[in-house]
Design a protein around this ligand. Structure first.
Ligand code: ASP
Length: 599
């Protein structure tokens, strides 16, 4: 890392150069460095200390030959993580002492004197965790987050995060977007989760909601004429936490006026290209491919396809029905299909694994999975005995099954088979090493406007209620809501939804019809969204936008699965801040002031 790359000024009151930037060019010079005691090694009279700051480690060499006696004596009381200011001479290390693992490994600082700026108490968790050792438990890491963040790996994560945010700002600014902040204390916004509520002291009995996203504000900014808006926005959702959700998270939130999908995708792609280039030195090839929601379900069984796995789902109904194979015929008679995917060379996957696949399919709601193998000797697996003569020729011709291949099949109605096939594709992909390296992007477009609520069967918005339907007639929309498509889209990276958005519904009558389908009456529409619809009365431009999950993006860039690794002070999966102890009870007097009392 060069000096300018770290962004750290070299000289400040306490130091001339950051530790990790001391190098051969400083040889022969006297420099001052400052940082934390990382590790120390005593070799008889000679002591080596690694001093650490965010730029890296520097070896300090204490030796009575050049270190004055008081400094040698003071060494005895040094603790890990003490903060030191050190002055010494930079020397090239003798050849056999060069450490190629260390960026500063060709030099050392021969200490002439040091000052202990601050002393560290015994550590509850190690900062200098040896590479071969496991990290402390996540609970301990979060409880002692300040120490955990000192590790160079964490420092690097936040550098990448910063570079990514900067690149996003730069790209969007260059494209004419304005960064505008929207309120935190607001009225409820529907993104499908529960709101965090903030009691109003001045208006007892009334509550602000913390924003689930800036959705309505960014749309009103378009009505207000700003044309192109962005914000690196914090969003708050009071959800039951799943493993990798946070109650507060960050989105790059974008909205544009007078646009269609092509314009939005182009802006998002340019931004992404710059983020990848500047934060991770990855070149993103543009344009990002697209597929419709229907194609995604047909070929991958999911709207979040992991395109690192090369296999596509195929429809085996034609090849497997009419042969006396009851499972296939039964599925077809009930309006279903037999779908599956071919694993080239998968014939060597053992029986026990295939039984496990069957279990996995059941766990995902299908009645089970079947396997079919083709070898030089013939077919094996449950459908094998139906594949003779012409039937065998037909399945080979239709699905290009080669000797040595495995086919995994699931029979039934699509809504049952799709999730199971998606799960199997991912699982077998992982297990057989078929998941390719790198980043595979795709836009998924044309989502249905509504989905069925799993419990009530009632329509819920598949994206959010402000999405433009693909019909312009409010009556049509209300009479058959599930048949209506929408102009919503997602950007999917390696099987994860990274970004979603839509062209918005800017037609008030259509917007009201959507809200009615969602079960709201005129009074509720007026009370919850009257302010948005009111703004639409005075000239609203067609508009659309997206929000990109920033934590997830950065996590992928640094190669971690957990967004907690790229959030400085995250909550646990039980929504607690272990460091500061949040949430916490408040005194009765404070509640009274807010007009509240606890049951
Ligand atoms: N507000 C949406 C979300 O948070 C994104 C968008 O439609 O722009 O998912």
């Amino acid at each position: 890392m060069s000096e300018s790359e770290t962004g750290l000024p070299g000289g400040t009151a306490w130091r001339d150069v950051p530790c990790g930037l001391v190098g051969e060019k400083h040889a022969g010079q006297s420099v001052r460095v400052a940082g934390w005691v990382h590790r120390r090694r005593d070799l008889g009279g000679v002591v080596f200390v690694h001093l650490r700051d965010r730029t890296g480690l520097l070896q300090l060499a204490f030796n009575p030959d050049w270190t004055p006696a008081p400094a040698m004596d003071a060494l005895a009381g040094l603790n890990p993580e003490d903060v030191l200011a050190v002055e010494g001479g930079v020397e090239l290390r003798p050849e056999q002492a060069v450490n190629p693992e260390m960026a500063t490994g060709s030099v050392e600082l021969r200490v002439h004197g040091f000052e202990r700026l601050s002393e560290s108490a015994p550590l509850p968790i190690l900062v200098a965790v040896p590479p071969e050792e496991d990290l402390p438990s996540e609970e301990l890491r979060l409880r002692h987050r300040v120490l955990d963040l000192r590790r160079l790996e964490m420092q690097r994560n936040f550098k990448v995060r910063h570079l990514a945010a900067n690149a996003a700002r730069g790209a969007l600014s260059d494209d004419g977007f304005l960064e505008i902040e929207t309120p935190f204390l607001t009225r409820r916004t529907p993104e499908g989760a529960r709101d965090y509520l903030v009691p109003s002291r001045i208006h007892p009995g009334e509550f602000y909601a913390l924003p689930q996203s800036p959705q309505l504000y960014k749309q009103m900014l378009m009505v207000a004429g700003f044309d192109r808006y962005f914000q690196i926005a914090r969003c708050l959702r009071d959800e039951d936490l799943r493993a990798d959700r946070q109650p507060e998270f960050t989105q790059i939130d974008v909205e544009m006026a007078f646009v269609d999908e092509d314009d939005v995708f182009a802006a998002a792609e340019r931004m992404l290209q710059r983020i990848l280039r500047e934060a991770a030195e990855i070149e993103l090839e543009l344009p990002v491919p697209r597929m419709t929601h229907a194609e995604a379900l047909e070929h991958y069984g999911t709207d979040k396809p992991d395109l690192r796995i090369p296999w596509k789902l195929e429809d085996f109904t034609e090849a497997l029905t009419g042969l006396g194979f009851g499972i296939a015929d039964g599925a077809r008679e009930a309006g279903g299909r037999v779908r599956g995917f071919r694993v080239p060379g998968g014939g060597s996957i053992p029986r026990s694994r295939l039984d496990a696949a069957n279990e996995a399919a059941r766990a995902h709601g299908a009645r089970g999975a079947m396997w079919l193998k083709r070898s030089e000797q013939g077919w094996s697996g449950p459908p094998a005995r139906f594949l003779e003569g012409e039937a065998a020729d037909r399945i080979v011709a239709l699905h290009a099954i080669e000797p040595g291949d495995l086919v995994l099949l699931v029979a039934g109605p699509d809504p049952e088979t799709s999730p199971a096939l998606d799960a199997l594709r991912r699982q077998i992909g992982q297990e057989t090493g078929a998941v390719r390296e790198g980043f595979r992007w795709t836009w998924v477009t044309d989502f249905p406007l509504f989905e069925r609520d799993a419990e009530t069967g009632q329509p819920v918005a598949s994206h959010h209620p402000f999405t433009m339907p693909d019909v312009s007639d409010p009556e049509l929309l209300e009479s058959d809501p599930f048949s209506v498509g929408s102009r919503a889209y997602d950007l999917v990276l390696n099987g994860t939804e990274l970004c979603s958005g839509s062209i918005r519904c800017h037609v008030p009558e259509l917007q009201k019809a959507i809200l009615r389908v969602l079960g709201m009456d005129e009074a509720e529409i007026e009370s919850r969204f009257g302010f948005l619809l009111e703004s639409f009365r005075y000239g609203v431009p067609p508009h659309g936008g997206f929000a990109m999950g920033f934590d997830r993006l950065v996590a992928m860039l640094v190669g971690t699965n957990s967004i907690r690794e790229v959030i400085a002070f995250p909550k646990t999966t039980a929504a607690r801040g272990l460091l500061e102890g949040a949430p916490s009870p408040v005194a009765a007097g404070e509640l009274a002031e807010l007009g509240l009392h606890l049951r």
